[in-house]
Design a protein around this ligand. Sequence first.
Ligand SMILES: NC(=O)c1ccc[n+]([C@@H]2O[C@H](COP(=O)([O-])OP(=O)(O)OC[C@H]3O[C@@H](n4cnc5c(N)ncnc54)[C@H](O)[C@@H]3O)[C@@H](O)[C@H]2O)c1
Length: 280
Amino acid sequence: MKISDATTAVIIGGGGGIGRGTALGLATRGARLVIADIDPGTAAAVADELVADGAEAIAVQVDATSVDSLSAAADAAEARFGSVDILSNNVGVVHSRELLDATEEEWGWVIEFNLMSIIRSCAVFAPRIRAHGRGGHIVNTASMAALWASRPEEVAGVNLGLYTTTKHAVLGYSETLRGELAAEGIGVSCLCPGTVDSNLMRTSLAHRPDRFGGRVEAPPTQGSMPHAMAQEDVGRFVVAGIEDDRTVILTHPRGRRFVEQRAERLAADFDYFEALEQTP
Ligand SMILES: NC(=O)c1ccc[n+]([C@@H]2O[C@H](COP(=O)([O-])OP(=O)(O)OC[C@H]3O[C@@H](n4cnc5c(N)ncnc54)[C@H](O)[C@@H]3O)[C@@H](O)[C@H]2O)c1
């Protein structure tokens, strides 16, 4: 789709990180922005930044673990701008744990934030995008961890198993939804970034509901990864991915070798079982 000053985009988890970068990118095309986040202070700061740069933007508090809260955010977006054309889902958490050590509570938390927040948000917003009949686009933020399963020694010692499991599910969900909505002119892309400067380690724990262990104050992490991509550099990849309707949006195409190595391993398994099938 073409992004213009007639386009309204809702950014869930827009109060920082990749959501902020996405908002800045969409603003360069003149889009009107609804910055929705559980933290009203960071949402307002990003909306103020956009308005100061000449964009039209509002901040809305939303809790992506609640259908009612997401519906209220959609109502607020429609009340201000008429309708929603682009939905960007950025809520997620990172949690380092070996798979067999993870408790049901930890699994529930990571599944809720990384997967269900996206499923729920799409369920609320996609019917509204459908209803106006002009098409639109949905960007679900997964990660490069949707495309390959890392070992800790490859990713600074972090056990990304819970993250990888849920991010793979986001890719499967997004690609399937893409097929289901294509005939209506609604594109769906799965954003698979590499490392981007953000406060993800802090926000993961700061907004953890009591049923998953409760909130923990952690130090800010933004600025602690000198080799991470700046948030400001993310948006142009997202804009290109929406305008050219890509299945997957990549911010770090150099990560390709990990995905190619996986594809080679899968191809070897196909070769193996094809040979077995032909063995009498
Ligand atoms: N930073 C990276 O290197 C990186 C890489 C790949 C993928 N990602 C993914 O990008 C997404 C955004 O992460 P980020 O790194 O920009 O971190 P971030 O902490 O800056 O962004 C997450 C935002 O979600 C908000 N949030 C948390 N709980 C919420 C809830 N219940 N309802 C509404 N908003 C809520 C937070 O306040 C925060 O603003 C996540 O899904 C993450 O897994 C991040």
